[in-house]
Design a protein. Structure first.
Length: 481
C-alpha cells in the first residue's frame, strides 16, 4: 500500500513550500518580530553606520545554494551579515542625502503586505481600492481635483520618467507611441539645481539629455529667463513642451516659484511638472504649505512617501491631473488582460494602465497604514520639527567661528564649510564622521566647491543629534588644516 505523500511530509501535500512544522516557523517569526522591535527601540545605543569588515563581505560570495537550510540558520546569517551593516537611515544621527527613517507601523504594514502577496497590476480586489484611496489622499494633500489620476511606483526617479512620457504623449498625440520620436524637436526646461534623475529621464525617454535645458540662474528657475529661452527655441524651430519645477532641491531645499511657473506654462501652453520628491509632504504643514503655492496647478507631480513621510522603502508616486492624459501614455490592449464588468477582471482602469509595470506589489498598504495611524497633521508637525532642527543647525554654524553656511536653509537641508579646508578635506571629513558612527552627513557641491550637507529628514532626530554632528565637525576639522 503506497504511503500518502501528505503524511510522509508531515502534512504537506506534494512539493508545497509551506513548512512541515508550522509551530517552529511561527516561533521563529515571533522572534524575528521581537528582534526587529528591539533594534528600533535601541537605535540610539548603536552607531549610525558601520563599515562591513572584509571577511563578512565574503559571506555574499557563496555559490547558488542547491540544498535548503533551516530557516533559523538563514535568519542567523541575516543577523550576522546584514542587520548590523545597513545604511543607518533609521538612526537619529543620519543626515546623509535625503533618507526617511521608517516607522514601526510601516514595518508591520510591510509584513502584512508580504503575507497577503497581492499583485496590484490590476483586477478587482481591495488592495487596488486601497491604492486608489492613497492616490485620492495625495490629490487632497496637493490640492489636485478629486478625479486626478495617480499610481505608486518605486520612487521619484521613475515617477519623473513617467511624467516625461505622459507630457510627451500629450504634446505629440498617442501616435508617438507607435511611431517613436523621429525628428521631433521637443524641448523642456528646469533650473540648474534640478535632480540628476530628470536629465536621465529625458535620456531614457529617447529625447536625449540635451532636450532638457537648464536655464541659467541660482538654485531656482528664473521665469523671465525661462520665457526668453522659450521664445528663442521657438524661433529656432524647436518644440517647447514641458517645464519641470522643483519643490525642495536636493542640494539646498530650494523651492521654485511654482505659482509663477504655473502661470507661465498656462500662457505658453506647456506641460507643468513638479519634482516634489520630498518637498510635497510639506503640504501637510500649515506653516510650510505657502512655500509650495502653485503646486496645485501642476499637470503632474512626482513625490516620495519614503522620505519625509517616513514610509519604509520604497514608496514613490506620480500624480497626473488629467486621468485621460495619464492613461493615454501607458494603457495598451492585450487579450490576456481583457476587462470585464464583473468578476475578477472588473475594476477598469487598472494600475498597469498608468505606468510601465504589470506585476506590482502592495506598496499602498504601508502608506495607507502610515497616514491612518499617524494622521496627516502629526506628519505635518514632524516635518515642521525637522525644519526647526535645520534652523538650529544653521544658527549653530553661524555662531561657530570655524564654520560658514554655504546656502540659506529654506526647508530642512543645511550646507556648510569649514574655514581653511579644501574640497578633498571636506570629503575626507565627511567619511571620518561616517566611520566614527557618531553621525552620517553627506557632501555636495555648491558654487563649485565641496560642502558638508545635512538633510534632516528623520523623525527621530533631536537637537542633541544635530549638536553631535557640529561637535564632530569641529573636532575633526583641525586634522586637515
Ligand atoms: C530623492 C529625490 C529624487 C529621486 O527620488 P528617488 O525616490 O530616490 O528615486 C528626485 N528629485 C529630488 C528633488 C529628490 O530629492
Amino acid at each position: 500500500m503506497p504511503q500518502d505523500p501528505a503524511q510522509e511530509s508531515g502534512g504537506r501535500s506534494g512539493e508545497s513550500l509551506d513548512p512541515a512544522d508550522w509551530t517552529t516557523l511561527r516561533q521563529l517569526g515571533h522572534r524575528m518580530l521581537d528582534d526587529a522591535f528591539d533594534q528600533l527601540q535601541g537605535l540610539r545605543e548603536g552607531p549610525v553606520w558601520r563599515s562591513m569588515p572584509a571577511e563578512r563581505r565574503h559571506g555574499f560570495g557563496a555559490s547558488l545554494p542547491r540544498e535548503g537550510a533551516p530557516a533559523e540558520a538563514v535568519y542567523e546569517a541575516y543577523l550576522r551579515l546584514i542587520a548590523p551593516y545597513a545604511t543607518g537611515n533609521r538612526h537619529p544621527g543620519f543626515f546623509g542625502w535625503v533618507h526617511g527613517g521608517g516607522t514601526p507601523v510601516g514595518m508591520l504594514a510591510e509584513m502584512l503586505a508580504g503575507a497577503l502577496n497581492a499583485n496590484l497590476g490590476g483586477r478587482d480586489h481591495a488592495p487596488i481600492l486601497c491604492e486608489r484611496q492613497v492616490v485620492a489622499w495625495t490629490a487632497e494633500m496637493l490640492g489636485f481635483p478629486p478625479d486626478a489620476s495617480g499610481v505608486l511606483v518605486t520612487g521619484t526617479s521613475v515617477a519623473n520618467l513617467m511624467a516625461v512620457l505622459v507630457a510627451r504623449t500629450a504634446a505629440l498625440g498617442e501616435s508617438v507611441r507607435a511611431t517613436g520620436l523621429a525628428g521631433s524637436r521637443l524641448i523642456a526646461y528646469a533650473s540648474p539645481a534640478v535632480h540628476g534623475c530628470v536629465g536621465r529621464a529625458f535620456d531614457m525617454a529617447g529625447l536625449g539629455r540635451q532636450a532638457l535645458r537648464l536655464v541659467p540662474g541660482e538654485d531656482r528657475l528664473d521665469p523671465a529667463r525661462l520665457l526668453a529661452r522659450i521664445a528663442r527655441d521657438r524661433r529656432d524651430g524647436h518644440l517647447p513642451f514641458m517645464v519641470v519645477g522643483t519643490a525642495g532641491t536636493v542640494d539646498t531645499g530650494a523651492v521654485d516659484d511654482l505659482a509663477a511657473l504655473a502661470e507661465l506654462c498656462r500662457e505658453e501652453a506647456l506641460w507643468f511638472h513638479v519634482d516634489a520628491a520630498y518637498g510635497a509632504l510639506a503640504m501637510l504643514s500649515d506653516r510650510l504649505r505657502p512655500l509650495l503655492a502653485g503646486i496645485e496647478q501642476a499637470h503632474s507631480v512626482a513625490l516620495d512617501f519614503h522620505k519625509w513621510a517616513q514610509v519604509p522603502y520604497d514608496a514613490g508616486c506620480l500624480m497626473v491631473r488629467d486621468a485621460e492624459a495619464h492613461q493615454a501614455a501607458f494603457a495598451q490592449p492585450a487579450s490576456y488582460l481583457a476587462r470585464n464588468t464583473r468578476g475578477l477582471a472588473a475594476g477598469d482602469p487598472w494600475p498597469c494602465d498608468l505606468g510601465p509595470d504589470l506585476s506590482r506589489g502592495f506598496r499602498a498598504l504601508k502608506v495607507w497604514m502610515t497616514l491612518q495611524h499617524y494622521g496627516a497633521d502629526r506628519i505635518g508637525r514632524m516635518i515642521e520639527h525637522t525644519c526647526a532642527l535645520a534652523g538650529h543647525l544653521a544658527a549653530r554654524i553661524e555662531h561657530e567661528p570655524g564654520l560658514e553656511l554655504s546656502a540659506p536653509a529654506t526647508l530642512n537641508v543645511v550646507c556648510f564649510r569649514c574655514a581653511g579646508l579644501d574640497d578633498d578635506a571636506h570629503a575626507e571629513l565627511a567619511a571620518d564622521i561616517q566611520e566614527s558612527g557618531v553621525a552620517a552627513p553627506s557632501t555636495t557641491r555648491i558654487a563649485g566647491r565641496t560642502v558638508l550637507r545635512a538633510a534632516i529628514v528623520n523623525h527621530r532626530t533631536e537637537p542633541r543629534d544635530v549638536d553631535a554632528l557640529v561637535d564632530a565637525v569641529i573636532a575633526g576639522a583641525p586634522r586637515y588644516r
